[in-house]
Write a protein of this length. Sequence first.
Length: 396
Amino acid sequence: MQEFKKIILGSGKDQSMKRYHPWVFSGAIKKMEGHPDEGDMVEVLSNKGEFLGMGHYQKGSIAVRVFSFLRAEPDYAFWKAKITDAWLHRQSTGLSGHPETNMYRLVFGEGDGLPGMIIDIYNDTAVFQSHSWGMYGLKDVFCQAVREVLGEKIVAVYNKSSESLPKREGMLYEDAYLWGHPGREHTAMENGLRFHINWKEGQKTGFFIDQRDNRSLFGRYAEGKTVLNTFCYSGAFSVYALAGGALHVDSVDSSRKAIEMTEKNILLNDIDPQKHQSHVSDVFDFLKTAGLQYDLMVLDPPAFAKHHDARHQAVMGYKRLNAEAMRIIKAGGLIFTFSCSQAIDRHLFNNTITAAAIQAGRNIRILHQLAQPPDHPVNIFHPEGEYLKGLVLQVE
């Protein structure tokens, strides 16, 4: 077995790893042996020399992302076994091979024992996105493993890591196909509805797969309703609402490109465009001028807080957004409200919504508590993986 550089933790700083938390913070490190560089594989030891785990070293607050709590030889067979395990999980939840859904998350970072890595499947294309240099250095290994495990189900693997990787001086990186090339039409299906997927220029890997189950629920509430979809991006909630029988849907986003994608997806599903209207507008500005006309709304903003230092400002943003929505929705109307900020936990999010209700002066019932779907599994030892939180509110 090859020798690895060593990370030695300070006295009493090993408790988190002994509870199998997959992050080692820089403040827990006593010393390093072998001068590890960004992306190097390292062994983590206690102050007494006990083996605790193996991971990738990186500069920053999270100094090591642990991929194994057992000594192992991280060769091709090791990484392929992890991809196989992730694939078997998706099969067990009915996502792989579903007749009406051919896009899902194959690998979800810590939830699949591969911290710092995301792989999404869009029809016959796998989109790889790395958030650590250690995983990025293994992109060709993972490309080969995905090809072998999924076989003829995919025809291309695309690397989209340029925006997600930590910046390194002098390093040049660009997104490109690692293997193959898909057909000209980049579309995929979710619950029988079709969507254009732009993994080259779109946000994240091209689509927000994590809202699949919540969109389905939204569509079931939409019949006969007047609907507002804020921060609409590609218009997926709008498509579900219209397919579910909504009378009219307004889609709002500050990005003209997002609105254009929304309109393309409406047409792709043979939905009457007369029942839909797009608005290129700041959402807060739109809410200020909207009257009491909506029966059903979705508030799905981008992450207001990407780290803990921004939590207070984020809470103020969520409170303001939800209070404005509560102010203009019809009595008895429903609001689907979300936070995808990892730094905002469920308790804080619920308290923020309570504060918004007090500010708006409306009585609220919680009908559903929403989360991410099973292809975004949460490692029980890594609660930070539960990043998507949502509530369905009935406003009196």
